[in-house]
Write a protein that binds this ligand. Sequence first.
Ligand code: GDP
Ligand code: MG
Length: 313
Amino acid sequence: MSFHSGFVCILGRPNAGKSTLLNALVGEKLAIISPKPQTTRNRILGILNLPKQKGRAGGQVILIDTPGVHKPDSSLGRKMMQEVREALEGCDLVLLIVDATKQFESKDQFVVDMARKAGIPVFLLLNKIDLLRGGKEKLLPMIESYRHLHSFKEVIPLSARKREGFEILLQEVVKALPEGPHYFPADQITDQPVRFMVAEIIREQVMLGTSEEVPYSTTVVIEQFEEGPKLTRISALIYCEREGQKAILIGKGGQMLKKIGTAARLQIEKMLETKVFLELLVKVKQDWRESHDFVEELDWRRQLESLAGGGKT
Ligand code: GDP
Ligand code: MG
């Protein structure tokens, strides 16, 4: 009886729908989502266990969501692109996802090059077909443009939001993966620590609730996380880069911070299945996105390494 497993990197430009696809496939909210580009800043694992079915072997698919491929212009941007490259390393398959409602442009070529250089099979996923009026024939010129650049193993139109095209996608993914073991226990769906997911939920509310530079200049760090029998106490710092941004994040009479806090708390309570007391503080850290050291400190994988007593670098 064959069992297929492997690592599958979800690659694409900002806003293509990578995180939406990850969440929809795993069936849990593992990655935050917003209409703004560059919402995702690090690689996110989602583990999918698929029982054997008619026409499909059983399998464990380890999906890796990544930050959108872009030209970085800060330490944070460079770190994000490093996360993309690390996600591609050691993968068995790339899912290159594109927004099918957009015209093909030169920046798309760069993403295809990245996928091609990984030297492993690549699927082209044409996402957001729910928005396409006039049927799938509209996709043909786009498929042609991509086919000129690379010989994709599969080309699959889908809608991550409406969960359309998933059956065929999963069938082909499992087929493309080698025979292999369970890499993770059957009840595990991600490798992210809860603390980090909590920070991300807060950051999502900042991304959704603010505009212009504020969402991009913001990061969230959990300062305190204390689980009690009835209540979990969480205290988080929201870092921004300027006093003006701090004023916006707090809002008139604290309105904005309250709105962010309430929305985030409800989601955290749902995830943790307990009551939560959430305290938010806003702090200015001038130009933190330019600070290599600070950006590295934000990396939870790094934090775990240093907790474990040094680790690599
Ligand atoms: P990422 O930057 O590639 O991770 O993209 P996100 O998953 O954050 O999605 C970016 C935006 O596109 C969000 O507003 C999503 O709701 C939207 N989106 C993603 N997939 C679909 C889809 O299949 N259909 C539609 N209509 N919108 C989508
Ligand atoms: Mg994303």
